[in-house]
Design a protein around this ligand. Structure first.
Ligand code: URA
Length: 284
């Protein structure tokens, strides 16, 4: 006998590109999901994708499709959402023709710029967002003012912000080159900050906590997936290997702590006397 392969309904809807798992739960709660002719409201419900007839919002669930991963450079004044009831510009306006329904992983504020991943792969999205994965997110920020080293240290030891206590993995002052669009001045420092948590407005709140407003915020990397030369408003498709780079932490050695980074050649060599003693002991 073949045992039926049951999966949670929200997981299945996420896999088929309908919404994130949380988004799928919302659709279930709203009564938009029908299984074998009946509306379901139970969040943990399991279904058999091969047998059960499922529809969302009146449309039958499509068969499994290819996973899509997109790296997008979000410009500021764009909402991290696929639609906006108020008709403001969203990331969907930049996506063009895509062979599937994708949604953004996490969020960048309306006035933040930079790397945003969009996907139809619910498991991948879940993994990127999971706190245990400690995915590193790297930001460049322009501040209203110039913090003192003791203030920056607070970000590394931990600060309380709305949403909980958080601490940066790494903070570093940047020397920004003058360009036509980015003018440097003595009054505004640029910093690089790396965090692994994902609280609302986390970076802005952290700097606010030490007394500084963030005037510009660019996300330049998620893990070792870096924005590179991708222009604002542009997107590229990623293969799975590239998409998985988000799980490689992007931290300088000193931020990793504990590990011994001495190159092998500088480790203390075993001298001849000790070697003989050791061999003798081993042969006893
Ligand atoms: N932290 C913020 O404060 N804003 C963002 O857009 C992303 C991280």
């Amino acid at each position: 006998m073949i045992t039926p392969k049951l999966v949670r309904l929200n997981k299945l809807l996420a896999e088929r590109g309908i919404a994130s798992r949380r988004g799928a739960d919302k659709l279930i709660e709203e009564g938009q999901v029908v299984v074998n002719g009946k509306k379901v409201y139970e969040l943990g419900i399991k279904v058999n994708p091969n047998i059960d007839k499922i529809s969302v919002d009146g449309k039958p669930l499509k068969t499994k499709m290819e996973n899509i991963y997109i790296m997008f450079n979000k410009p500021k004044n764009v909402i991290t959402s696929m639609n906006d009831p108020l008709g403001r510009m969203t990331v969907a306006d930049f996506m063009g023709e895509i062979p599937g329904r994708v949604y953004p992983i996490g969020r960048l504020d309306w006035d933040s710029e930079g790397l945003l991943i969009l996907t139809n792969d619910g498991d991948y999205a879940q993994k990127v967002m999971h706190p245990k994965k400690e995915v590193t997110k790297t930001y460049h920020v322009k501040l209203e003012g110039q913090p003192q080293p003791y203030q920056i240290k607070k970000l590394l030891t931990g600060v309380s912000i709305p949403g909980g206590r958080v601490k940066a993995k790494h903070v570093e002052k940047l020397k920004m080159a003058k360009t036509k669009t980015q003018k440097t001045s003595d009054k505004n420092d640029w910093y690089k900050i790396i965090i692994t948590e994902g609280k609302n407005h986390q970076v802005r709140e952290m700097f606010k906590k030490i007394g500084f407003d963030v005037i510009k915020l660019h996300r330049v990397a998620i893990g070792k997936l870096r924005i590179g030369q991708l222009e604002r408003g542009e997107m590229v498709f990623l293969n799975e290997a590239a998409a998985d780079r988000v799980f490689i932490p992007d931290l300088p050695d000193e931020a990793i702590g504990k590990r011994d980074y001495r190159p092998k050649s500088t480790k203390k060599p075993v001298d001849e006397v000790s070697r003989k003693k050791l061999n003798k002991k081993l042969n006893e």
